[in-house]
Design a protein around this ligand. Structure first.
Ligand SMILES: Cc1ncc(COP(=O)(O)O)c(C=O)c1O
Length: 364
């Protein structure tokens, strides 16, 4: 059995063809018409009026915050369990991330706990849809509104997932996505901000293009950056979007297969997951001893990945505080091989190795 990665990008003939055709067309590589097309496709998918694509998911959150005017002296609520980029984007904007514990059933921000950290300095709340799941978004919206906060969705892991039939990433004032190599849709690197707010998207567009008044004009109305996308990436993204249903469907099937093959292993638990709404980006399990299971999988040529440590335990954010749910899931969580290129037989083999570790007989 060759090494099984926990995740790897899946690029097909369509993407290769699209890149070759684009290069043959004499395009300038940087963002132009194909990028606009990709933005329209993303906006349509999330059912928002506007999308602007940028260099990464981190930058998408950073720019959403900057465009909202969040900066030094401000506070932004973030979940204590997330990929560190969520908190980094807040710090980059000059504001202070204030961590809040998560719900055990979704691994997402616990809105009821967020109430207690709101101060006059709080300007925004970032809900992160960990692995395509999300908290009660009506409640998140009501919480933000009650306190006059901007609701930002970090939907980096949630393209294609919904809550009550509505796309994740469409609930907030701004929704942020990532196209890094292990995401549902990848363009190598990249990110997107989606919104219905024309002013917000205009500010984002200026900020990502040196603060230009309008593209191609060297009059700068604000301090800006260069966070532009490239048409070369856009054609890859567009090719992937054409196969989105297939890509989402395979993620769900993988999750279903793992559940089936590991159902009778008492040490392994899955989070309750409604596959009609959630696209599990990574297959996540909770076990008593993830490090030992990981070592066992490694020894059998199978990659896996421990859950993120809680943000408050990471060096740039270290504080002496307790976030019991984030700590508990970080201690127990493991991500299993989740690439959509894996076939059913490989998943069965991976599960066989897990079953052997827990000494549960595999029926022949
Ligand atoms: C929840 C979350 N937010 C933000 C990011 C950052 O995205 P990027 O790697 O594109 O900067 C990631 C990336 O893995 C993520 O998982």
């Amino acid at each position: 059995m060759s090494y099984i990665y926990q995740i790897r990008p899946v690029i097909g003939e369509e993407e290769k063809q699209a890149v070759v055709e684009y290069l043959d067309s004499g395009g300038w590589l940087t963002e132009y018409e194909r990028t606009r097309e990709f933005e329209r496709a993303i906006a349509q998918l999330i059912r928002k009026r506007y999308a602007s694509v940028v260099t990464s998911g981190t930058v998408s959150i950073f720019l959403a915050l900057k465009a909202l005017g969040v900066g030094p002296g401000d506070e932004v609520i973030v979940p204590d369990f997330t990929m560190i980029a969520t908190a980094n984007a807040v710090l980059l904007a000059g504001a202070r991330p204030v961590m809040v514990d998560i719900e055990p059933q979704t691994l997402c921000l616990d809105i009821s706990l967020a109430e207690s950290v709101v101060t006059s300095r709080t300007k925004a709340v970032i809900v992160v849809s960990i692995n395509g799941r999300c908290p009660d978004m009506d409640r998140a919206g009501a919480f933000a509104q009650a306190h006059g906060l901007a609701l930002i969705e970090d939907a980096a892991q949630a393209m294609g997932s919904t809550w009550r039939g509505k796309p994740i990433g469409s609930f907030g004032y701004a929704g942020c996505f990532s196209f890094s190599p292990h995401k549902i849709v990848t363009t190598g690197q990249g990110g997107a901000i989606v919104t219905d707010d024309e002013d917000l998207i205009e500010r984002v567009r200026r900020l990502k293009d040196f603060g230009r008044e309008a593209p191609g004009i060297d009059r700068h109305v604000a301090l800006g950056f260069n966070f532009k996308f490239t048409d070369l990436q856009a054609v890859v993204g567009l090719a992937q979007l054409k196969k989105l249903e297939e890509r989402l469907g395979r993620k769900k099937e993988l999750f279903r297969l793992y559940q089936e093959y590991l159902r009778d292993v008492p040490e392994v638990s899955f989070l309750s997951t409604d596959l009609s709404e959630t696209v599990p980006w990574f297959v996540d399990i909770l076990v008593p001893d993830p490090e030992a299971l990981k070592a066992h999988l490694d020894a059998h040529g199978i990659g896996s990945r421990r859950f993120y440590p809680p943000v408050h335990t990471q060096e740039p954010y270290r504080i002496d505080a307790s976030y019991p749910v984030a700590e508990e899931v970080s201690r127990r969580g493991l991500w299993l091989p989740s690439s959509i290129s894996l076939d059913d037989e490989t998943i069965r083999q991976v599960c066989g190795v897990i079953r052997a570790f827990y000494k549960v007989k595999t029926p022949v």
